[in-house]
Design a protein around this ligand. Sequence first.
Ligand code: ATP
Ligand code: MG
Length: 398
Amino acid sequence: MNKLFKVASRIISKLEEEGYEGYFVGGSVRDFLLNRPINDVDITTDALPDDIERIFDKTIDVGKEHGTIVVLIDQDPFEVTTYRVEGDYSNYRRPDQVFFTNKLSDDLSRRDFTINAMAMSKDMKVFDPFDGQVDLKNRVIRTVGKAEARFGEDALRMLRAVRFMSQLDFQLSEDVISSIEENGKLLQHIASERSFVELDKLYRGKNPQVAKSVIDKTNLLHYLPFFSHVSHENFLSSKVSNLADELILQIYLKSDLHDYLHELKPSNKLKAYINNSLSLIETLDTDIDSRIIAYRFERTVLEGVTEINRTNQILTQSSSHTLSDALDKKESLIIKDRSELAINGKDLMDALGIAGGPWLKEALNLIEIAVLTEEVNNNKTDIINWVKKHANDQNGTI
Ligand code: ATP
Ligand code: MG
């Protein structure tokens, strides 16, 4: 048995000792039956959140009103959620209310797809009231109940359908396809943070191309944050394997898309990564020494643009050489940042007998480049001599 299931089965045993039911549920059961790696094991139970908190030593309340308590076993977190059904959906997203129930089959019926609506006991017996195993075998994504109704309740499910399609390399049922065609516009009601998570998983999946072609054909593209501004052609022709790279590529192809990036509510970290990558692509165009590129850009940015170029060939041959040189030289640069320069602003003012001013910053920039490109050794005397000579060459101005 997979290690996570083994640890999680201790939670189920404990629930059973206390007179409750407990099952593995959702993604872990699906992935177990597909022989895929298991990331996290969720548990469903008839115990109420207060019972769960009472029974286990270490718990975190992550959404008690929705029935979810995290139980920590040897530091590993497991979501334990009370069987629940959902109340009305008034905004095409998340239910207004949830109700707890004591029937496993009720809980399974509120789940999105048949392949996600299976539970498994700790001795690996599978509960599959919606024939999820048949759909796993036929490699089909089908909703529990009518797609039209389920997408009307929560429009995010349409995007989840195409992301599972990519992750598992499955087909969509006819019903799912036609309902996406009908209901795509409801995606406008979904918080972009939720779309972001699904899109990122889609891009990292096994077959993003097939999922993207469905997004295009059903016109879902038109209702996605940021992507509604991307041309169908650029969307389909890109072959990147994560969302960040897709955003970089699309903005590179059409720079005014930068104005719509905020629609996806990217984190500051992601925004910086995107902007640095775009700036790298631009800088590579300027016939610059690869050591300066290596110095200015982080390895992740260098690698990211390398990957975008590998799959989509956006750089000229010479830019692409500079980039691969920069990666090769990244670890053997003479200095890694300015604090490693053998000279600082004060040394320079003292040596030259000139008071500080805008020249100082300019001079340090030039010194930095000269040291990096091995035009001068990184020691104080050599640098000062180099600066004096350089100043003479430039008629006394630095
Ligand atoms: P992953 O491996 O990507 O985590 P997962 O199936 O575990 O896939 P989650 O988003 O973690 O997906 O959701 C856990 C389970 O909760 C799903 O398997 C499904 O049963 C149910 N679920 C999640 N989101 C929805 C939704 N929007 N509507 C109905 N059921 C959902
Ligand atoms: Mg999950």
